[in-house]
Design a protein around this ligand. Structure first.
Ligand SMILES: Cc1cc2nc3c(=O)[nH]c(=O)nc-3n(C[C@H](O)[C@H](O)[C@H](O)COP(=O)(O)OP(=O)(O)OC[C@H]3O[C@@H](n4cnc5c(N)ncnc54)[C@H](O)[C@@H]3O)c2cc1C
Length: 447
């Protein structure tokens, strides 16, 4: 079964942070130049950003963490992206959510992008090599303005804490600001539509979208961007690192600092990012993630084992009682990065590579690098003549209703601590469930 084809100028497949930020940036630039560019963002899920961008696991890397890596390129990529964040978002008067980009943390807004700063927590060293590593890291961190800041919540006999220039990132607020701006600048979203045969997308054939009822639509676009994250097609000359991880969350959020615990064994890294409630009808929560160390297709048992392991580690930092009366849940998340051959010297940076003429796959590598990614893609499409070769508006250009951003996490109860808090449901506009045209209904998983 198929219905009439869609014609547009830019088709973006995948509505995670990559797809949404690119659509927003192009549509804003089109408005600035007073040009009409038909942008369609299609996603297989019923809501926006329900892939790895939905986990709220992230913190905003201005680079502190990457001073630790051998490759200084990751650090430089963070700095570059930060500059673009200031220019294209925080200080951009044509971005109608610029006040939400609260880089100085002082701005009063009900949808702030950034929260408290992050502290590194280092085990008190007892091995010479580790002592040297810690020394090297703290020297580098001091050089970029980080200071030691012992915290009352963390046992300073066992851990050393360092304040950093990184911050917690309210990814759901960022996504909703960007989606809102994209929509107000004319971008259309089509949720509940999966692009099929992505692996063969290195041709200029139209892309076929299929909804859950099997209804197919072909999309003819002059420029196509594939931002499907984990499902990015394989490429002969590029090695991807595809990994899965478990993110554990607790609600209400912990009354404790945001931390990244950097352990000697990287599999034991652990982080705590608090997302306090902003609106009165929402409950805050904390995300506690490990570094994505699970196999490519983990079984539920593996996930649960890892979730318990994370809880064990985080409790050893904050103490058991910090979790009394809190709900604990987990969800699995997947991510894709472009890996170098030597996996020990990974470099994080946004990547755009050509599949066919005017067809690209795009990978942010990190959520926080979306400003650089959106800018890089806009520049590429301008080079490709997007703003010069515009078609007349077509009658078949689809017009969907406003889509809704996925809830922060879809959780599965871990059952570690007794549940004493009242049942918690996400509420408010962000979590409204409105299936769009032909999409399947979606029910929220509760803690
Ligand atoms: C455990 C973990 C911890 C992380 N920590 C951090 C951190 O601290 N800081 C940070 O900056 N980043 C972090 N990241 C990385 C960050 O989350 C990702 O790099 C980023 O969210 C990727 O965004 P994306 O838009 O490329 O992919 P996604 O958000 O996954 O979006 C892809 C979209 O494409 C859709 N899709 C897939 N296939 C199809 C198809 N065939 N047709 C149509 N739609 C399709 C999906 O439904 C999805 O909505 C972490 C990731 C993980 C997993």
């Amino acid at each position: 079964m198929s219905s009439a084809p869609i014609h547009c100028d830019v088709l973006i497949i995948g509505a995670g942070i990559a797809g949404i930020s690119i659509a927003e940036r192009i549509s804003r630039e089109a408005k600035r130049q007073n040009k009409h560019i038909r942008i369609l963002v299609a996603d297989s899920a019923p809501m926006l950003a329900s892939g790895s961008s939905s986990g709220l696991q992230g913190w905003f890397h201005t680079g502190s963490l990457y001073t630790r890596l051998d490759s200084s390129e990751s650090y430089l990529n963070c700095v570059k992206s930060h500059k673009i964040l200031e220019r294209d978002y925080a200080n951009a008067q044509d971005f109608n959510h610029h006040l939400n980009c609260n880089l100085n943390l002082d701005t009063q807004t009900n949808k702030p992008w950034f929260g408290d700063s992050i502290q590194f927590v280092l085990d008190k060293p007892d091995q010479t090599s580790w002592t040297q590593q810690v020394h090297a890291m703290t020297t580098r961190l001091r050089a970029i303005g980080c200071s030691f800041d012992p915290s009352k919540q963390i046992d300073t006999n066992r851990y050393t804490t360092i304040s950093t220039t990184d911050r917690s990132m309210m990814t759901c607020n960022i996504i909703s600001s960007l989606a809102d701006s994209a929509i107000s600048n004319g971008t259309k979203f089509l949720t509940g539509h999966r692009a099929i045969e992505l692996q063969g997308s290195d041709t200029n054939e139209p892309i076929t979208l299929e909804n859950v009822n099997g209804l197919r639509r072909q999309v003819h676009a002059s420029h196509t961007l594939i931002t499907t994250g984990y499902n990015i097609p394989n490429q002969p000359h590029i090695t991807f690192s595809r990994r899965s991880g478990v993110i554990v969350s607790t609600t209400p959020c912990l009354d404790a600092p945001n931390i990244v615990r950097v352990a000697q064994d990287p599999a034991n890294n652990v982080s705590h990012i608090a997302h306090p409630s902003i609106a009165s009808n929402e409950t805050g929560f904390s995300a506690i993630g490990d570094s994505t160390s699970l196999s490519d297709q983990p079984t539920p048992d593996e996930c649960i084992k890892t979730a318990h392991h994370i809880m064990h580690k985080i409790k050893s930092v904050f103490g058991n009682q910090a979790f009394d009366g809190r709900r604990i849940a987990w969800h699995m998340a997947r991510k894709i990065e472009v890996a170098t051959l030597d996996k020990d010297s990974r470099t994080f940076g946004p990547k755009l590579y050509e599949l066919a003429q005017n067809r690209y796959a795009v990978i942010p590598s990190k959520f926080s690098l979306f400003p650089a990614l959106a800018n890089m893609t806009l520049v590429q499409l301008i080079d490709d003549g997007l703003f010069e070769n515009l078609n007349a508006p077509a009658t078949n250009y689809c017009n969907t209703s406003k889509p809704y951003v996925a809830p922060m996490l879809s959780q599965q109860a871990l059952g570690i601590t007794p549940i004493q808090t009242p049942a918690y449901r996400y509420s408010g506009k962000l979590n409204s469930v409105r299936p769009t045209e032909n999409s399947r209904s979606f029910s929220m998983t509760q803690f």
